[in-house]
Design a protein around this ligand. Structure first.
Ligand code: SF4
Ligand code: SF4
Length: 433
């Protein structure tokens, strides 16, 4: 549909229109990008309290617009299905191509009935599996029900790719993800992995610094009360509103596509929109850039040593030994800053360094762990294995005997002697973290 003269909200496809029906969500993912600070362990909360527009208000306002966006109108939240009139809104909007973002916890059959009764469908939809809040079986049932309902032309099912970001994972997360992938493959559900958008130019979204910059983020973001903002940060903070959809006369024009405008809030931006590939920034030197760096290491800054060690173990399990080493060194540094010394961290570091081929450092770390009181058989055996490879057994034995009685050390050495030399690493390499 052609844009009516002087209607203030831009409609070209680059200007995505998003109706945030609610700020509420029934989940609280700690990797959710709708958080003021992207800090591991900090779960999402509603970003504000709203007197949410009713379904009738949404429908009357949006249906009265003389224009329609080229890009589908996205119904989202929070979780949009928590809006009491979600089905009413979706099934009564006229002339819009619809998209929704939902965690799929709503009654799909009832929703589909309402849509069919009004001859409406969604053009697209986007559904991500959140493994700490729903079992794989339940989500898959819901995904298949939606896919087969016919009310969405092109549904997309996805998982967040946190391979490089164990900071936002847990054992439950990993177990459910493994199960999900296995089941989805077996049941033939097509899915994709999403980029994790929580990092920003090599820094976490920590809202520590604001910069003056020029920006092109001109989304049509409508908050739960109907106010319009150009980006998610301004929406969640209710800054620089362009007016309200209930009063079209109040709407001010949003910038045109590609038009740079000044903003003093760069650095506080939410990671979502400005990372979407649509937006660009221009710094004071005239350099145009998008987000380019997604350094996972920044998240360690906010973590305590036990959590860092857990992260290292996840990295180790997935074969990212350099990242595991880095996380363990950060843990050790933080422990030292706090004037403590955890031998278990050193033991983990020892086996990690071995995997990296840093055998001397590995032995030093393992012996330090033993000196710090970690005298488990596997740690002692690991130290001896590395020491044998480096021809430093006498030195290692001397250190170990300060903590381990000779009568306990002897059987460990005998057991190592009995292992088959033909395949020494398969049987004697230090045990994984
Ligand atoms: S389900 Fe989506 S909106 Fe809700 S907390 Fe999780 S990532 Fe955020
Ligand atoms: S610089 Fe950031 S806060 Fe400012 S308009 Fe752009 S996306 Fe929004």
């Amino acid at each position: 549909m052609a844009q009516a003269a002087r209607f203030p909200l831009p409609t070209p496809e680059i200007h995505v229109w998003v109706a945030y029906l609610t700020a509420r969500c029934n989940f609280a993912c700690d990797y959710c990008i709708q958080k003021p600070r992207m800090i591991p362990g900090q779960r999402r909360k509603p970003w504000g309290r709203y007197r949410e527009l009713t379904g009738r208000q949404w429908v009357d306002a949006l249906n009265a617009f003389p224009v329609r966006p080229e890009h589908p109108l996205i119904l989202t939240g929070g979780e949009p299905s928590l809006h009491k009139d979600f089905a009413f809104i979706a099934s009564r909007l006229d002339g819009y191509e619809l998209d929704m973002t939902s965690n799929l916890t709503f009654d799909i059959d009832a929703f589909a009935r309402e849509m069919r009764a009004h001859g409406k469908t969604f053009k697209t939809s986007f559904h991500t599996y959140h493994p700490q809040f729903l079992s794989p079986e339940k989500w898959l049932d819901q995904a298949e029900r939606l896919r087969d309902s016919g009310i969405v032309e092109q549904p997309t099912f996805s998982m967040v790719n946190l391979q490089r970001f164990p900071h936002f994972r847990s054992d439950e997360h990993d177990a459910n993800m493994r199960r999900m992938i296995e089941l989805a493959d077996r049941r033939g559900l097509v899915y994709q992995f999403n980029e994790f958008r929580g990092t920003h130019m090599g820094e976490g979204f920590n809202r520590e610094h604001k910069y003056r910059i020029e920006c092109t983020s001109a989304w049509v973001n409508i908050d739960p009360e109907g106010s319009v903002y150009n980006c998610q940060y301004h929406l969640t903070e209710r800054r620089n509103s362009f007016g309200n959809i209930l009063d079209v006369g109040s709407l001010r024009p949003l910038p045109a596509f590609g038009e740079f405008f000044a903003c003093r809030d760069f650095g506080y931006c939410d990671p979502c929109h400005e990372n979407s590939g649509h937006g660009a920034f221009r710094d004071e030197h005239g350099r145009v850039f998008r987000r380019t760096d997604d350094d996972a290491r920044v998240y360690l800054e906010w973590m305590e040593p036990p959590a860092m060690r857990a992260i290292a173990r996840r990295y180790f399990a997935q074969g990212d030994f350099e990242e595991a080493e880095y996380a363990l060194l950060c843990a050790i540094k933080k422990q030292r800053d706090g004037q403590s010394n955890d031998g278990e961290t050193w033991a983990d570091l020892g086996v990690t360094l071995y995997e990296l081929g840093k055998k001397k450092q590995s032995l030093a770390a393992l012996l330090h762990a033993i000196e710090s009181g970690v005298t488990r058989t596997e740690t002692v055996a690991s130290a001896l294995v590395v020491a044998r490879e480096l021809a430093l057994v006498d030195h290692a034995r001397q250190v170990i005997l300060r903590r381990v009685p000779a009568q306990l050390l002897a059987p460990i050495e005998r057991a190592l002697d009995e292992l088959r030399p033909a395949d020494p690493l398969a049987t004697t390499a230090p045990r994984g973290a």
